[in-house]
Design a protein around this ligand. Structure first.
Ligand code: FE2
Length: 376
């Protein structure tokens, strides 16, 4: 198995009142989980590992659990009109409901965070089946998003009680996705610091990096961003808010269409981005585009890299360097019809940052897309 994420802890784990082992799963509420699961299996190379629905005795929803490397996606569609899931989809479109965090003690995680001011979404609950037990507990974060603490140390089944392992005979070739590198939240204008404080005070995260509008602005669009990380460095959440620009910020466009704060993108790591992105493109996934001129100053800006620059250029992969190394990254277009959630594919070669050197080229690319949608 690959290591979960960064190799250097950002703070002493012994001081950590909320030890996290990593991301457990990401649940997306969507209009048609059966079809969405086909997209993530066929295009992204995930495997179906578990299912819950009417066939397994669950009456109100169908949930497909997909896995690749350490990444688990859960796709959930409600089966009736009058419930929170249906309301969530009507309001936000397809979107991330749960960023679940893998812990050794879900009750302690819930108690520590609610004692520090988190709003509970679900008190600790023990689920059991023939494979053992899983304890879950949830707290609210920005918008309608929640964090679910998952304790699975006494469980040997496919996912968790209530979900059945399935093999429907359809498998696709994995594309080398390994683990969740970071998940980014967009919040409303003026609320970034409040949510950074939430992660610091309630969850014991540390502020890693701040970007202001001088780092991240183009002629039209601007945003502010702060990155928080848990003590082990396994869980990193950048938080964005719109900044004043000439025209509408990409974050405002998201907030308008998501109708509030929510998850903007999920960054997934690979060790071979040329293979991963080549496969994604071959399978029909669309990416943001930077013009060829982007590559002109790469040798001076980034210096020596191991990968073939021509291959990176052909796939339109972006490159950035910080004091510790370099990184390769690329962003998909939104994966639903609202201009909301998208994915980032990232390969780190020492760099622990987030691609600041690419922001300008990227945001100009996003603005071209916004203009096409009539939202700039
Ligand atoms: Fe990112």
């Amino acid at each position: 198995m690959s290591t979960a994420t960064l190799d250097a802890p950002v703070a002493s784990v012994s001081e950590d009142f909320l030890p996290l082992n990593g991301t457990d799963y990401i649940e997306i509420y969507c209009g048609n989980a059966k079809q969405s699961s086909y997209f993530y299996r066929t295009a992204f190379g995930f495997q179906l590992v578990a299912y819950a629905g009417p066939e397994t005795g669950v009456r109100d929803r169908a949930s497909y659990v997909l896995q690749q490397g350490k990444i688990r996606l859960m796709l959930t569609t409600p089966l009736h009109p009058d419930n929170e899931m249906t309301r969530h989809i009507a309001e936000h479109g397809d979107g991330v409901k749960v960023l679940a965090l893998w812990v050794d003690d879900a009750r302690a995680a819930w108690e520590a965070t609610t004692a520090r001011g988190a709003r509970s979404a679900q008190a600790p609950t023990t689920l059991m089946d023939e494979f053992g037990e899983v304890v879950t507990a949830s707290i609210h974060t920005y918008g309608d998003t929640i964090h679910t603490f998952v304790e699975r140390k006494n469980y040997t089944g496919a996912f968790m009680p209530g979900y059945k392992a399935v093999d429907d005979g359809y498998t696709t070739e994995p594309i080398g996705l390994l683990f969740v590198d970071h998940c980014v939240g967009n919040v409303e204008l003026g609320h970034m610091n409040e949510w950074v404080k939430f992660y610091e005070d309630v969850m014991g995260f540390k502020l890693l990096i701040t970007f202001d509008d001088s780092d991240i602005s183009t002629e039209y669009s601007a945003l502010m961003s702060k990155v928080v990380s848990n003590g082990s460095g396994y869980v990193k959440f950048p938080i964005n808010e719109p900044a004043q620009g000439k025209r509408k910020s990409q974050i405002e466009e998201y907030i308008e269409f998501y109708r509030g704060a929510g998850v903007q993108h999920i960054a997934v790591a690979t060790n071979d981005i040329i293979h991963t992105v080549g496969e994604l493109r071959r399978r029909g996934v669309q990416f943001l585009y930077v013009p060829e001129t982007y590559y002109e100053d790469i040798p001076t800006r980034v210096g020596e890299i191991k990968e073939d620059l021509e291959a990176l250029k052909k796939l339109n992969i972006l490159i950035d360097r910080d004091e510790e190394g370099y990184l390769l990254q690329i962003f998909t277009k939104p994966v639903e019809d609202r201009p909301t959630v998208f994915f980032e594919i990232i390969q780190r070669a020492g760099a622990k940052s987030f691609g600041k050197g690419n922001f300008k080229a990227l945001f100009e690319s996003i603005e071209r897309e916004q203009a096409l949608r009539g939202n700039l």
